[in-house]
Write a protein that binds this ligand. Structure first.
Ligand SMILES: [Zn+2]
Length: 84
């Protein structure tokens, strides 16, 4: 379960309403949203992005974001095209 959905971005605090609704319905629920937000740092502009729906594109400059691991702060600009 996640607070991230396409086209509709509920506030994280909406979880409380969800939890209450599920409890009232007698449905087992996790203690919180089970899908962690994925952060990726853009190698081109350094902007920190929230990855949604596996869309690894920088929201600021449109560059590809690394899909594997958080790049180190010392990572060089996108001259390294190892992912292609
Ligand atoms: Zn960028």
């Amino acid at each position: 379960m996640s607070n991230h959905s396409t086209g509709y971005c509920p506030d994280p605090t909406s979880w409380e309403a969800v939890a209450v609704a599920l409890d009232n319905a007698g449905i087992c629920r996790p203690e919180c949203f089970t899908v962690a937000v994925v952060f990726r740092r853009c190698l081109d502009c350094g902007e920190r992005n929230v990855v949604r729906d596996d869309d690894y594109i920088c929201a600021l400059c449109g560059a590809e974001l690394p899909e594997d691991v958080e790049p180190r702060l010392t990572a060089p600009p996108s001259t390294d095209q190892r992912s292609r």
